[in-house]
Write a protein that binds this ligand. Structure first.
Ligand SMILES: NC(=O)c1ccc[n+]([C@@H]2O[C@H](COP(=O)([O-])OP(=O)(O)OC[C@H]3O[C@@H](n4cnc5c(N)ncnc54)[C@H](O)[C@@H]3O)[C@@H](O)[C@H]2O)c1
Length: 380
């Protein structure tokens, strides 16, 4: 099989930029993938961030100016992983240049930015997807497949959640993700919202109205440079009660919860999905990543079955199916899906989030802000 070499430029060499470098370093884990990705350039205004990439032999260009990468005709794909306040400018420029890219969520700092990015994409040939790796856990994919199969019957309740503990420590210094100017007024929904929206939206669960409860629990944090307290003015936790249309039962709505928490005592980084219908149900949590629970009605009994999905995500691996899976594997599989889809080789396998899904998630988050201000449910 001839593999296509893909030259990647990273814009934003922070946490997620480095994660892509790690993914490329273990790409041979994938069996017969059509693409070999290679990081050739990194743009970041922070010299320390750029310096980290000096250890990667394929990197030819290190620059403080992202435009160098957008304008470089030898770069095939950009990974744009920058603070939310700069998403719009760089995504629009990349779209106008016809560059393919994987955008980081939330796809613009707010709904207006997301609309502007989408307008640029509509006039562009760029192949663009939006980062969301948690659904690539095998248990998440199996849950998606079960929900998609129709076996659940009429939907009753769906819960999709991300319970993070990054901000449980009050002494943790402030960073851009906790300041509305850089993160966005949507706060935690910008950080974790697409992670909980991706699977429900891919299943066609169409949000119709939103009632929100938003909490800012830690309102001030220390600035590491000055040791002074500064306002931490973003929502820490957001609970969204959504009425959604059931795509398999037209005319029927069901209740869905999207829960995003940066302050989730008792959790580390737990992503969950649960869908319950009149005929069956499924639930999965990365807290117990090796199994999913399937609910069935059998012989007049309500039965929960435990299924072990193994190490089976979208792309087969050297490790094989009987082993176990973790966060780094989810990132590898998301990138495998992105490059396979770009190469036309993903087929009917699950793909990473589409721009339309990111835009729709922003419409829900905007409605959640309005709901908080009015204490009322907001129709979409
Ligand atoms: N998919 C995930 O699981 C996940 C996890 C964390 C963050 N993210 C997203 O990834 C993006 C980046 O987050 P991060 O955690 O890597 O942040 P980070 O702060 O670790 O890194 C961001 C980098 O962008 C650089 N930067 C800032 N302005 C720039 C510009 N104009 N041009 C080029 N580089 C610039 C910064 O210097 C920094 O090195 C955000 O959109 C965030 O929401 C996704």
């Amino acid at each position: 099989m001839t593999k296509q070499r893909v030259r990647i430029g990273i814009i934003g060499g922070g946490l997620m930029g480095r994660e892509l470098a790690v993914v490329c370093g273990r790409w041979l884990q994938l069996v017969d993938h059509p693409v070999i990705p290679e990081i050739v350039a990194v743009a970041d205004p922070n010299p320390a961030a750029r310096a980290w990439f000096e250890q990667i032999s394929s990197v030819e260009t290190l620059t403080d100016d992202w435009r160098v990468l957008v304008d470089d005709p030898t770069i095939d794909v950009l990974y744009i992983a920058v603070p939310h306040n700069v998403h719009e400018e760089i995504y629009v420029a990349a779209a106008q240049a016809g560059k393919d890219f994987l955008a980081e969520k939330p796809f613009g700092i707010d709904l207006d930015a997301a609309h502007n990015i989408m307008a640029a994409l509509n006039d562009s040939s760029s192949f663009v997807r939006v980062s969301s790796e948690m659904p690539f856990f095998p248990g998440a994919l199996r849950s998606y497949a079960l929900a998609n199969s129709g076996a659940l019957g009429e939907l009753v309740d769906v819960r999709s959640g991300f319970a993070h503990s990054s901000d449980l420590d009050r002494s943790k210094p402030i960073n851009w993700k906790r300041i509305a100017e850089y993160c966005g007024r949507i706060g935690v929904m910008g950080d974790l919202g697409l992670h909980v929206a991706h699977v429900p939206l891919r299943l066609g669960y169409q949000p119709r109205s939103v009632y929100s409860m938003l909490d800012n629990i830690v309102t001030s944090r220390i600035d590491a440079a000055t040791s002074q307290p500064v306002a931490c003015d973003t929502w820490d936790n957001a609970l969204l009660a959504i009425k959604a249309a059931d795509p398999q039962h037209p005319g029927r709505d069901f209740s869905m919860l999207w829960e995003t928490r940066r302050i989730a005592p008792g959790n580390m980084n737990t992503w969950t999905f649960e869908a319950m219908g009149m005929d069956g149900g499924v639930r999965f949590s990365t807290r117990n990543p090796t199994s999913i629970q399937r609910f069935v009605k059998r012989d007049g009994e309500q039965v929960w079955e435990d299924i072990q999905p193994g190490n089976v995500s979208v792309w087969p691996t050297v490790a094989g199916g009987i082993f176990e899976f973790g966060f780094s594997d989810a990132l590898l599989q998301m990138w495998a899906a992105y490059f396979a889809e770009r190469a036309g080789e993903l087929g009917d396998r699950f793909g990473t989030a589409r721009p339309e899904e990111a835009l729709l998630s922003h419409q829900v988050f905007q409605a959640a802000l309005a709901s908080h201000e009015t204490s009322a449910a907001i129709d979409l």
